[in-house]
Write a new protein. Structure first.
Ligand code: MN3
Length: 211
């Protein structure tokens, strides 16, 4: 088997009215994400990845440290983008967060406004390329974290991501130029698919893909 790039869960122009234009999504999905998939497929044989799930590959590459980086860069980015497309919606954003998730945000993260402030701070504070995350740790508690480049909380062992935002410049430069804080505010207020995020509580995302 090989890894593949699924279509976006909405039309490439569907988020344009909410701050992410069609060209951003076409390039980001069709060029950047595709390039990670192609590069990962090119590593399957030489790195002995056959038969492993994407989640296994990411976790094992993370544990391997520097030796795992060539695989993690591609496998992590494939997983990260699979999640990223799904956590956005043409009807996203707003304050209507499903109850189970809202109450965990209250109890674990100090409430919705503090969560938003801290999540944005994680994205702004990720020096260079990377991701900001809402993660459920092994005790079930929510926390906010960030990772550089293609890594993610599965690779670092910090927990299971239920929300992630790409802070590589390719994800926001056409829409917001250098204004990463504005991109993050827009993401939270207009794009996040809270129903989908809530559906990942206690289970996380399974890509269903394997080498
Ligand atoms: Mn990206």
């Amino acid at each position: 088997m090989a890894f593949s790039l699924p279509p976006l869960p909405y039309d490439a122009g569907a988020l344009a009215a909410r701050g992410m234009q069609q060209e951003t999504l076409e390039l980001h999905h069709g060029k950047h994400h595709q390039a990670y998939v192609t590069a990962l497929n090119g590593l399957i044989e030489s790195k002995g990845l056959q038969g492993k799930t994407l989640e296994q590959i990411v976790t094992e590459a993370g544990k391997a440290g520097a030796d795992g980086l060539p695989v993690l860069n591609q496998a992590g980015q494939h997983w990260n983008h699979l999640l990223f497309w799904q956590v956005m919606s043409p009807n996203g954003g707003g304050e209507k967060i499903p109850g189970a998730l809202a109450s965990k945000i209250d109890s674990d993260l100090g409430g919705l406004q503090k969560f938003k402030d801290d999540f944005k701070a994680a994205g702004v504070g990720q020096f260079g390329s990377g991701w900001a995350w809402l993660v459920q740790d092994s005790s079930g508690k929510l926390k906010i974290t960030k990772t550089p480049n293609g890594s993610n909380p599965l690779a670092t062992g910090e927990g299971t991501p239920i929300l992630g935002v790409d802070v590589w410049e390719h994800s926001y430069y056409l829409d917001f130029r250098n204004r990463r804080p504005d991109y993050l505010t827009n993401f939270l207020e207009k794009l996040v698919n809270w129903e989908f995020v809530a559906s990942l509580l206690d289970k996380g995302m399974t890509s269903g893909q394997s080498a």
